[in-house]
Design a protein around this ligand. Sequence first.
Ligand SMILES: [Zn+2]
Length: 70
Amino acid sequence: MHEQSAEPPQPLSDQHPSSSRHHATTAENGPFAFASCSCGWRGPARRSRDRARRDVPEHLASAAADDSSP
Ligand SMILES: [Zn+2]
């Protein structure tokens, strides 16, 4: 019995969980703060950094919803 497995083991393909594609941070522009993401998204200017930070989870949620739909 000679089994020949011609197929080489497949390497794990690139794993790209949607969350890792979005690296959001907050930045300040003068008196305003805003959230920005590595995907290019930028939140609206807020008067407090705390507010800007709250835009991040909203962006991640909508981005995740976007990714799940074809
Ligand atoms: Zn993003």
